[in-house]
Design a protein around this ligand. Sequence first.
Ligand SMILES: [Zn+2]
Length: 395
Amino acid sequence: MLEIQGVQQHYDWGGRCYIPMLLDLPEASAQPVAELWFGDHPSGDARIAGDHAFSAWLKDSPVERLGQDSVARFGQRLPYLLKVLDVRQPLSIQVHPSLKQAKQGFASERVQDLPAEQCNYKDDNHKPELMLALSDFWLLHGLKRPEQLALIFDDNPSLKRLESVWQHTDNAGLVQHCFSLNADELAEVLEPIIERHLASYLARELPKSSPYFWLCRAYLRAQQSGQGLEAGLLMVLFLNLVYVAPGQVIFQDAGIPHAYLEGQNIELMANSDNVLRAGLTSKRVDVNELLKVADFSAAEATPIEPIELADGGLDFPVPVDDFQLIAYQLEPGQQLVLEAAESGSVWFLLSGELSLQQQSKLWREGEAYYQLPGEKSLVSAHSCCKLYRAKAKTE
Ligand SMILES: [Zn+2]
């Protein structure tokens, strides 16, 4: 077992306290700390084994360090990327490509030799993702069902024209139309809605279960950063607003439009950073590529029912092979055998304190370790512990 030093990402939507406290840093960070990555992705390569770059260290001896099966299936990189997120402000609405779309998109952008800011694809991998809520968590996920969309239209006379587009086309037609509106047209549809709800939002009278709460929050944030009205604000009304209780897990497959709104979570995904944006962003929205990749049919986010394993771990089954998340809760004095796997595992301790077999240093909260393929170990809990294992699914 080798300790991994994670990489902090300072995106502007992050908080300043949660991740610094998790890492036991003495002070709140001067800049936001949105994410903590434990993986070998080039946009945030962790350190391992005496300050080596994780990616280079794995490539030095791929079969021994990743496992033969993993190298054959996923190449000379970790199949997955484990993160902790602290969401203080809504993220951009996003969609991730399928494996086929990512391979094609990445290859075609490289052939065209586009400047980095015009590229949609950072790598050639898909990015299905699983999130486990660590707090009350709010997100947008997939288009609303027709009857729920109809309620939004009924509630807002300024959306009449959009309703008629929707009725004459479909969900994708509605989204495409929203992104074709100019500033005056956006003002015409959005301003009456914002005016109706802004005073109650500011008086803290709107509950977070209301889409208008998040519309007002996203609107004010855009105003503060000098952005005008944009189609993403309409998407806040058309996507499902989902509450996830602490400990619950949601899976986001390729194509599903989604946006994290507030809360902390653990995210486990295929090892990729491929994001197509669909609003609530100052970055470029490539509407054509978005319409190619996104699935705008009605969706619903249902928490994944965990399966209890023989060793007490909770496995949250997902329909992809790249990753598997297993959650353990240990009582003081309890021991856990970290069973060997064919591929490498990243173990992350969210809370508590453990001693690790043959290591004098205690394993403290916020710290992660890499377990080599075939390696078996043992931990003993000194206090109540929440421990997570990320690994590729065994075939
Ligand atoms: Zn995502």
